[in-house]
Design a protein around this ligand. Structure first.
Ligand SMILES: C[S@@+](CC[C@H](N)C(=O)[O-])C[C@H]1O[C@@H](n2cnc3c(N)ncnc32)[C@H](O)[C@@H]1O
Length: 282
Protein backbone atom coordinates (compact mmCIF):
# COMPACT_ATOMS: atom_id res chain seq x y z
CA UNK A 1 0.00 0.00 0.00
CA UNK A 2 1.28 3.45 -0.82
CA UNK A 3 1.94 5.74 2.10
CA UNK A 4 -0.52 8.40 1.04
CA UNK A 5 -3.40 5.95 1.48
CA UNK A 6 -2.65 4.63 4.90
CA UNK A 7 -4.23 7.47 6.90
CA UNK A 8 -7.40 7.14 4.80
CA UNK A 9 -7.70 3.46 5.47
CA UNK A 10 -6.88 3.71 9.14
CA UNK A 11 -9.43 6.44 9.71
CA UNK A 12 -12.08 4.57 7.70
CA UNK A 13 -11.68 1.54 9.92
CA UNK A 14 -12.36 3.67 12.97
CA UNK A 15 -15.51 4.99 11.33
CA UNK A 16 -16.91 2.14 9.23
CA UNK A 17 -19.42 3.36 6.66
CA UNK A 18 -22.47 1.10 7.13
CA UNK A 19 -24.20 3.04 9.88
CA UNK A 20 -23.62 6.54 8.63
CA UNK A 21 -24.22 8.74 5.62
CA UNK A 22 -21.50 11.11 6.76
CA UNK A 23 -18.03 10.08 5.74
CA UNK A 24 -15.60 12.30 7.67
CA UNK A 25 -12.55 10.69 6.10
CA UNK A 26 -13.46 11.85 2.61
CA UNK A 27 -12.90 15.56 2.75
CA UNK A 28 -13.81 17.20 -0.54
CA UNK A 29 -10.28 18.47 -0.89
CA UNK A 30 -8.68 15.06 -0.37
CA UNK A 31 -11.01 13.46 -2.94
CA UNK A 32 -10.56 16.26 -5.44
CA UNK A 33 -6.78 16.10 -5.14
CA UNK A 34 -6.81 12.30 -5.53
CA UNK A 35 -8.85 12.48 -8.74
CA UNK A 36 -6.92 15.50 -10.03
CA UNK A 37 -3.64 13.64 -9.63
CA UNK A 38 -4.83 10.42 -11.22
CA UNK A 39 -7.38 11.61 -13.81
CA UNK A 40 -5.17 10.72 -16.78
CA UNK A 41 -5.21 7.05 -15.72
CA UNK A 42 -8.91 6.76 -14.97
CA UNK A 43 -10.20 5.49 -18.31
CA UNK A 44 -7.48 2.88 -18.76
CA UNK A 45 -7.74 1.68 -15.16
CA UNK A 46 -11.49 1.42 -15.66
CA UNK A 47 -11.05 -0.68 -18.79
CA UNK A 48 -8.69 -2.99 -16.93
CA UNK A 49 -11.02 -3.25 -13.94
CA UNK A 50 -14.14 -3.97 -16.00
CA UNK A 51 -12.36 -6.10 -18.63
CA UNK A 52 -13.81 -3.75 -21.24
CA UNK A 53 -17.45 -4.16 -20.17
CA UNK A 54 -17.82 -0.78 -18.41
CA UNK A 55 -19.69 1.07 -21.18
CA UNK A 56 -21.99 -1.82 -21.87
CA UNK A 57 -22.85 -2.29 -18.17
CA UNK A 58 -23.39 1.44 -17.58
CA UNK A 59 -25.77 1.59 -20.56
CA UNK A 60 -27.72 -1.44 -19.37
CA UNK A 61 -28.15 0.19 -15.92
CA UNK A 62 -29.29 3.48 -17.44
CA UNK A 63 -31.81 1.70 -19.63
CA UNK A 64 -33.03 -0.45 -16.72
CA UNK A 65 -33.53 2.71 -14.65
CA UNK A 66 -35.66 4.21 -17.43
CA UNK A 67 -33.49 6.78 -19.24
CA UNK A 68 -35.13 7.44 -22.59
CA UNK A 69 -34.94 9.96 -25.50
CA UNK A 70 -36.53 13.29 -24.67
CA UNK A 71 -35.44 13.30 -21.03
CA UNK A 72 -33.25 16.00 -19.47
CA UNK A 73 -30.49 14.17 -17.60
CA UNK A 74 -27.82 15.15 -15.07
CA UNK A 75 -24.62 13.18 -14.40
CA UNK A 76 -23.36 14.10 -10.92
CA UNK A 77 -19.68 13.19 -10.42
CA UNK A 78 -19.35 12.86 -14.19
CA UNK A 79 -15.60 12.16 -13.95
CA UNK A 80 -14.10 11.62 -17.40
CA UNK A 81 -17.58 11.15 -18.87
CA UNK A 82 -17.89 7.36 -19.04
CA UNK A 83 -21.48 7.34 -17.78
CA UNK A 84 -22.42 10.60 -19.53
CA UNK A 85 -21.31 9.07 -22.85
CA UNK A 86 -23.84 6.28 -22.38
CA UNK A 87 -26.49 8.81 -21.33
CA UNK A 88 -25.97 10.61 -24.63
CA UNK A 89 -26.24 7.31 -26.50
CA UNK A 90 -29.58 6.51 -24.85
CA UNK A 91 -31.15 9.99 -25.02
CA UNK A 92 -29.73 10.51 -28.51
CA UNK A 93 -29.01 14.16 -27.67
CA UNK A 94 -25.81 15.63 -26.19
CA UNK A 95 -27.73 18.79 -25.22
CA UNK A 96 -29.94 16.71 -22.94
CA UNK A 97 -27.08 15.79 -20.59
CA UNK A 98 -25.28 18.01 -18.05
CA UNK A 99 -22.22 16.82 -16.11
CA UNK A 100 -20.85 18.04 -12.78
CA UNK A 101 -17.76 17.08 -10.80
CA UNK A 102 -15.43 18.48 -8.14
CA UNK A 103 -12.24 17.53 -9.98
CA UNK A 104 -11.05 19.96 -12.65
CA UNK A 105 -8.72 17.34 -14.19
CA UNK A 106 -11.51 14.77 -14.56
CA UNK A 107 -13.69 17.51 -16.09
CA UNK A 108 -10.90 18.51 -18.50
CA UNK A 109 -10.83 14.96 -19.90
CA UNK A 110 -14.63 14.85 -20.13
CA UNK A 111 -14.57 18.20 -21.93
CA UNK A 112 -12.13 16.83 -24.47
CA UNK A 113 -14.37 13.81 -25.18
CA UNK A 114 -17.92 15.14 -24.91
CA UNK A 115 -19.72 18.21 -26.17
CA UNK A 116 -21.99 18.65 -23.15
CA UNK A 117 -22.23 21.39 -20.52
CA UNK A 118 -19.76 20.55 -17.73
CA UNK A 119 -19.69 22.37 -14.39
CA UNK A 120 -17.25 22.16 -11.50
CA UNK A 121 -19.49 21.62 -8.48
CA UNK A 122 -20.10 19.29 -5.56
CA UNK A 123 -22.93 16.79 -5.37
CA UNK A 124 -23.89 18.34 -2.01
CA UNK A 125 -24.58 21.77 -3.58
CA UNK A 126 -25.71 21.50 -7.20
CA UNK A 127 -25.87 24.82 -9.07
CA UNK A 128 -29.00 23.66 -10.92
CA UNK A 129 -32.59 24.86 -10.73
CA UNK A 130 -35.09 22.93 -8.67
CA UNK A 131 -37.33 20.51 -10.60
CA UNK A 132 -35.26 20.93 -13.78
CA UNK A 133 -34.27 17.32 -14.61
CA UNK A 134 -36.08 14.09 -15.43
CA UNK A 135 -33.16 11.82 -14.59
CA UNK A 136 -30.15 12.19 -12.31
CA UNK A 137 -27.32 9.66 -12.09
CA UNK A 138 -24.28 9.27 -9.84
CA UNK A 139 -21.85 6.65 -11.06
CA UNK A 140 -19.40 5.16 -8.56
CA UNK A 141 -19.27 8.36 -6.55
CA UNK A 142 -21.12 7.53 -3.32
CA UNK A 143 -17.96 6.16 -1.71
CA UNK A 144 -16.16 9.45 -2.31
CA UNK A 145 -18.89 11.83 -1.23
CA UNK A 146 -18.48 13.31 2.24
CA UNK A 147 -22.20 13.83 2.97
CA UNK A 148 -24.47 11.37 1.17
CA UNK A 149 -27.61 12.75 2.81
CA UNK A 150 -26.90 16.24 1.47
CA UNK A 151 -26.17 14.80 -2.01
CA UNK A 152 -29.47 12.88 -2.03
CA UNK A 153 -31.37 15.96 -0.84
CA UNK A 154 -29.89 17.89 -3.76
CA UNK A 155 -30.80 15.09 -6.19
CA UNK A 156 -34.39 15.18 -4.95
CA UNK A 157 -34.54 18.96 -5.27
CA UNK A 158 -33.20 19.03 -8.84
CA UNK A 159 -35.49 16.26 -10.11
CA UNK A 160 -38.96 17.00 -11.44
CA UNK A 161 -41.86 15.16 -9.75
CA UNK A 162 -41.78 11.62 -11.13
CA UNK A 163 -38.07 11.95 -11.99
CA UNK A 164 -35.61 9.13 -11.45
CA UNK A 165 -32.37 8.90 -9.50
CA UNK A 166 -29.84 6.20 -10.41
CA UNK A 167 -26.88 5.36 -8.18
CA UNK A 168 -24.25 2.93 -9.43
CA UNK A 169 -21.98 1.58 -6.73
CA UNK A 170 -19.67 -1.26 -5.84
CA UNK A 171 -19.52 -2.84 -2.41
CA UNK A 172 -17.46 -5.70 -1.02
CA UNK A 173 -19.29 -9.03 -1.38
CA UNK A 174 -20.47 -10.40 1.98
CA UNK A 175 -19.51 -14.02 1.47
CA UNK A 176 -15.98 -14.56 2.66
CA UNK A 177 -14.73 -16.42 -0.39
CA UNK A 178 -16.26 -13.90 -2.82
CA UNK A 179 -14.73 -11.09 -0.77
CA UNK A 180 -11.36 -12.84 -0.89
CA UNK A 181 -11.57 -13.13 -4.70
CA UNK A 182 -12.65 -9.51 -5.05
CA UNK A 183 -9.79 -8.41 -2.77
CA UNK A 184 -7.28 -10.30 -4.91
CA UNK A 185 -8.67 -9.03 -8.21
CA UNK A 186 -9.68 -5.44 -7.38
CA UNK A 187 -7.23 -4.84 -4.54
CA UNK A 188 -4.12 -6.51 -5.99
CA UNK A 189 -4.31 -7.55 -9.65
CA UNK A 190 -6.01 -4.43 -11.04
CA UNK A 191 -3.59 -2.01 -9.26
CA UNK A 192 -0.62 -4.08 -10.42
CA UNK A 193 -1.79 -4.30 -14.05
CA UNK A 194 -2.56 -0.56 -13.94
CA UNK A 195 1.01 0.11 -12.75
CA UNK A 196 2.58 -2.15 -15.38
CA UNK A 197 0.44 -0.72 -18.20
CA UNK A 198 0.94 2.95 -17.35
CA UNK A 199 4.35 2.71 -15.64
CA UNK A 200 3.01 5.31 -13.25
CA UNK A 201 2.53 4.73 -9.52
CA UNK A 202 -0.44 7.13 -9.64
CA UNK A 203 -2.49 4.54 -11.52
CA UNK A 204 -1.81 1.93 -8.85
CA UNK A 205 -2.60 4.42 -6.10
CA UNK A 206 -5.94 5.22 -7.76
CA UNK A 207 -6.99 1.59 -8.00
CA UNK A 208 -5.84 0.77 -4.46
CA UNK A 209 -7.80 3.74 -3.20
CA UNK A 210 -10.83 2.32 -5.00
CA UNK A 211 -10.59 -1.02 -3.24
CA UNK A 212 -10.03 0.69 0.13
CA UNK A 213 -13.20 2.72 -0.35
CA UNK A 214 -15.16 -0.31 -1.58
CA UNK A 215 -14.23 -2.49 1.37
CA UNK A 216 -15.03 0.28 3.84
CA UNK A 217 -18.32 1.41 2.31
CA UNK A 218 -21.87 0.76 3.42
CA UNK A 219 -23.77 -2.32 2.16
CA UNK A 220 -26.43 -1.90 -0.56
CA UNK A 221 -29.30 -2.11 1.98
CA UNK A 222 -27.95 1.00 3.72
CA UNK A 223 -27.89 2.89 0.40
CA UNK A 224 -31.51 1.83 -0.20
CA UNK A 225 -32.44 3.01 3.31
CA UNK A 226 -30.69 6.34 2.68
CA UNK A 227 -32.70 6.78 -0.53
CA UNK A 228 -35.97 6.11 1.32
CA UNK A 229 -35.20 8.41 4.25
CA UNK A 230 -34.21 11.12 1.77
CA UNK A 231 -37.73 11.00 0.34
CA UNK A 232 -37.36 8.79 -2.72
CA UNK A 233 -40.12 6.33 -3.59
CA UNK A 234 -40.21 3.06 -5.56
CA UNK A 235 -36.68 2.29 -4.41
CA UNK A 236 -35.25 -0.76 -6.13
CA UNK A 237 -31.86 -2.37 -6.69
CA UNK A 238 -30.32 -4.62 -9.32
CA UNK A 239 -27.24 -6.36 -7.95
CA UNK A 240 -24.72 -8.59 -9.71
CA UNK A 241 -22.27 -10.84 -7.86
CA UNK A 242 -23.15 -9.00 -4.62
CA UNK A 243 -20.54 -6.53 -5.93
CA UNK A 244 -22.13 -4.25 -8.52
CA UNK A 245 -25.28 -2.43 -7.45
CA UNK A 246 -27.61 -0.31 -9.48
CA UNK A 247 -30.00 1.60 -7.17
CA UNK A 248 -33.03 3.52 -8.40
CA UNK A 249 -35.67 5.68 -6.80
CA UNK A 250 -38.22 8.20 -7.95
CA UNK A 251 -39.45 11.56 -6.76
CA UNK A 252 -43.10 11.58 -5.69
CA UNK A 253 -45.56 12.56 -8.38
CA UNK A 254 -49.12 13.65 -7.78
CA UNK A 255 -51.15 13.41 -10.93
CA UNK A 256 -51.82 10.97 -13.72
CA UNK A 257 -49.76 7.79 -13.36
CA UNK A 258 -46.31 7.96 -14.96
CA UNK A 259 -45.57 5.35 -17.66
CA UNK A 260 -44.16 2.36 -15.76
CA UNK A 261 -40.58 1.26 -16.41
CA UNK A 262 -40.22 -2.49 -16.88
CA UNK A 263 -37.45 -3.43 -14.42
CA UNK A 264 -38.08 -7.16 -14.48
CA UNK A 265 -35.27 -9.68 -14.84
CA UNK A 266 -36.46 -10.62 -18.33
CA UNK A 267 -36.43 -6.96 -19.45
CA UNK A 268 -32.82 -6.77 -18.26
CA UNK A 269 -31.92 -9.93 -20.10
CA UNK A 270 -33.62 -8.77 -23.31
CA UNK A 271 -31.75 -5.48 -23.20
CA UNK A 272 -28.40 -7.21 -22.68
CA UNK A 273 -28.91 -9.05 -25.94
CA UNK A 274 -30.53 -6.18 -27.85
CA UNK A 275 -28.94 -4.18 -30.61
CA UNK A 276 -29.35 -1.00 -28.53
CA UNK A 277 -26.93 -2.08 -25.81
CA UNK A 278 -24.34 -3.16 -28.32
CA UNK A 279 -24.38 0.05 -30.39
CA UNK A 280 -21.01 1.81 -30.44
CA UNK A 281 -21.52 5.03 -28.54
CA UNK A 282 -18.12 6.68 -28.73
C1 LIG B 1 -14.93 6.87 -9.61
S1 LIG B 1 -15.19 8.39 -10.41
C2 LIG B 1 -16.67 8.06 -11.33
C3 LIG B 1 -16.75 8.81 -12.63
C4 LIG B 1 -17.94 8.47 -13.51
N1 LIG B 1 -19.19 8.73 -12.87
C5 LIG B 1 -17.91 7.03 -14.01
O1 LIG B 1 -18.95 6.39 -14.06
O2 LIG B 1 -16.84 6.57 -14.41
C6 LIG B 1 -15.77 9.36 -9.07
C7 LIG B 1 -15.91 10.84 -9.41
O3 LIG B 1 -16.61 11.47 -8.33
C8 LIG B 1 -16.10 12.78 -8.21
N2 LIG B 1 -16.51 13.28 -6.89
C9 LIG B 1 -16.08 12.85 -5.69
N3 LIG B 1 -16.71 13.52 -4.71
C10 LIG B 1 -17.56 14.37 -5.31
C11 LIG B 1 -18.51 15.32 -4.82
N4 LIG B 1 -18.69 15.52 -3.52
N5 LIG B 1 -19.23 16.02 -5.72
C12 LIG B 1 -19.05 15.83 -7.07
N6 LIG B 1 -18.17 14.96 -7.57
C13 LIG B 1 -17.44 14.23 -6.71
C14 LIG B 1 -14.60 12.59 -8.39
O4 LIG B 1 -13.95 13.80 -8.70
C15 LIG B 1 -14.58 11.56 -9.54
O5 LIG B 1 -14.52 12.22 -10.80
Amino acid sequence: MSNDQEPVLAASRLQPGPASCINPTRSKMFVRDMFNETARHYDLANQIFSLGSGGWYRRACLHWAGLRPGMQAVDVAVGTGLLAREMIALTGDARAVIGLDVSESMLAIARFKLKIPLIQAAAEALPLASASADFLAMGYALRHIADLRAALAEALRVLRPGGTVLLLEISAPRRRFAQFLAAIYIGRIVPLVSLVTTRDHGARTLMRYHWDTIVNYMPPEAVQAALRTSGFENVDCWSELDLFHCHVGSKAFEGAAMPAVNRSKSARKNFFFSREVNLASG
